[in-house]
Design a protein around this ligand. Structure first.
Ligand SMILES: [Zn+2]
Length: 574
């Protein structure tokens, strides 16, 4: 087993962060200080923001520098041909120069730089191409995409951005502009095309120009179903050996209640990177302080033992602008990825130490005894946070949330827990969770009560004294622990009411958990309590820098539409 991860990468997703030279300075500083060596910019259309490509405007020369294309063809063609406000495309070189400035800084610091687009993405102009549009849908199976468009687009990118190390991409996702996975175009070519063949063609059309320029290609697995992953797995093994494979530590998305991703250790001769997530998309966005340190060490050890070469972590989320680990206690989890990447056996206490000291969280002039006391206090509480979170927006490990937000209806809860984020799609042994029989229903109800009891105790401990943090840090964290308690309180009511409704729907004729009247009474009581919490959410004073995120994650209107739906569904059951 290797002693450490060769590639230690940080991934930026938020447009407001990655396109800001000012914000990127603190990211660079963190990376250098923690010996991270690889930076990934993930924006689904990032390549299309900085490359026209010129040939779609009729430019056919070998010199693909943006200013040459602009001079020869673009300034005029765009005026006549672009359907949407042409000025944005006309000024693409400003975006290009902004990105060049940021990448130039990263390069000077010695970082490897990857861009992470989703393919196939393309400019609006191509919607005018009648040979590509079929029955009003853009066809992903026309060979033009991999024979012409993608090789030319990437050639233009590489001539203009020689500083990049390579490209990270995924093709089988629903997040690109077109994909065979969308199944929107139903033409004969699409019907005859196999997913793995389509992916292979797309991947190779990006790989070829990259290889010619001495650049690397990293392919991500992003599949929604186990059978898709099997196809991808077969496809991966047919790719050139120097393509790197990047996979999440669990299947599909960053669900830290899931067992390990079965692809880990099964990627043939390819270099293998592992992706983790530290912004907290599925564990409270950092508004709920959660230490993932035990999980991170457990996962990183497992992956290293199974041949992983790289570890990568996302520090923000494209759907949540102006928010990252840098604003929240999730910075602790970022330190863990960075430090465990260098030494996977590092005692976790050292990570807490590094975070408190290097993020300047401690009060001025703290003496060694006070420091020890502060460390023990913070670590003692933080270590108990994930056990609370794991029982909150989950149902015995199944995902019961929309990215840390409550479901908006019973149907929505069915969809997210069973279809969209369904754990049993990947691990069939979890299927019986969704029978909502006495054993499982009671287990889900119990975990909601346990989580609530535990967070009340943790929050009380946190509020009992400032152990040695700067006053403003301590008070902000008091505010965050208050949010965490309210989060658990809300999910307790939402989760329990959902479980009771499912129980009534499935076992209402012969209930054994409790009487029918008892079940109906419990649901009515929970609806009443949700109305009270709705008011608490409205009145709650979140720390000022987290007001918008608090509203987005715990909007009282969201709770209202949920309990109104519970009332409506209940009415059909009695
Ligand atoms: Zn088609």
């Amino acid at each position: 087993m290797a002693e450490h991860y060769k590639v230690r990468a940080l991934e930026v997703d938020d447009t407001f962060q990655m396109w800001s030279p000012y914000k990127m300075q603190r990211v660079f500083e963190f990376m250098i200080r923690n010996n991270m060596n690889t930076l990934v910019f993930h924006e689904n259309n990032i390549v299309d923001k900085i490359v026209w490509p010129g040939f779609i405007y009729g430019y056919e020369k070998d010199d693909l520098r943006s200013y040459s294309i602009y001079r020869e063809k673009l300034y005029k063609e765009i005026y006549y041909r672009t359907p949407s406000p042409y000025v944005f495309i006309d000024e693409l070189m400003i975006f290009r120069d902004l990105m060049k400035t940021i990448l130039g800084q990263a390069k000077e610091l010695g970082l490897d730089i990857y861009l992470q687009p989703k393919e196939i993405w393309f400019p609006e102009l191509l919607y005018e191409r009648q040979d590509l549009m079929k029955n009003g849908k853009m066809c992903p199976s026309e060979p033009w995409w991999w024979e012409t468009f993608l090789p030319k687009k990437y050639e233009e990118l590489l001539q203009n951005f020689p500083e990049i190390t390579g490209i990270v991409t995924s093709t089988g996702t629903k997040e690109s502009r077109i994909s065979l996975a969308h199944q929107k175009c139903q033409c004969d070519k699409c019907k005859a095309m196999k997913m793995e063949d389509w992916q292979h063609k797309v991947i190779m059309s990006i790989y070829t120009p990259l290889k010619a320029h001495g650049k690397k290609l990293v392919i991500r697995d992003f599949s929604y179903y186990a059978d898709e992953q099997n196809g991808i797995r077969a496809g991966l093994l047919n790719l050139p050996d120097d393509i790197i494979i990047s996979i999440k530590n669990v299947p599909q998305d960053y669900y830290q209640t899931f067992p390990h991703n079965k692809l880990i250790g099964h990627v043939g001769k390819h270099e293998q990177w592992i992706e983790y997530e530290t912004m907290g998309e599925y564990y409270g966005w950092g508004l709920a302080p959660v230490s993932m340190l035990n999980d991170i060490q457990y996962r990183m050890k497992y992956c290293l033992e199974n041949g992983a070469d790289g570890i990568s972590t996302r520090i923000d989320w494209e759907a949540l602008p102006n928010h990252s680990t840098f604003e929240t206690p999730n910075q602790l989890n970022l330190y863990a990825i960075a430090q465990l990447g260098l030494n996977v056996d590092l005692p976790l206490q050292d990570i807490y130490c590094k975070w408190l000291v290097e993020d300047h969280l401690l009060k001025e002039g703290i003496n060694p005894n006070e420091f020890k006391d502060c460390l023990d206090f913070v670590k003692g509480i933080f270590e108990k946070t994930w056990p609370v979170m794991s029982k909150t927006p989950h149902l015995l490990g199944a995902v019961f949330m929309n990215n840390s937000k409550i479901p908006v209806s019973i149907d929505n809860a069915d969809f997210i827990s069973q279809e969209h984020h369904g754990i049993h799609k990947w691990f069939p042994e979890y299927k019986e969770l969704f029978n909502y029989d006495d054993k499982h229903a009671q287990g889900m109800l119990n975990e909601k009560e346990e989580a609530y009891r535990e967070i009340i105790e943790l929050n009380k401990q946190w509020h009992s004294r400032n152990p040695g943090l700067k006053d403003e840090v301590y008070h902000t964290y008091c505010g965050l622990f208050d949010i965490f308690e309210l989060f658990v309180k809300m999910f307790r009511l939402v989760g329990k009411s959902y479980v009771y409704i499912k129980y009534l729907q499935l076992h209402g004729k012969n209930p054994t958990l409790m009487s029918r009247e008892g079940l109906i009474g419990e649901i009515k009581k929970l609806i009443g309590e949700m109305k009270t919490v709705e008011q608490e959410l409205k009145d709650h004073k979140a720390p000022v820098q987290f007001k918008y995120q608090f509203l987005a994650m715990m909007n009282p209107e969201r709770l209202r539409v949920y309990y109104e739906d519970v009332e409506a569904v209940l009415a059909t059951l009695i």
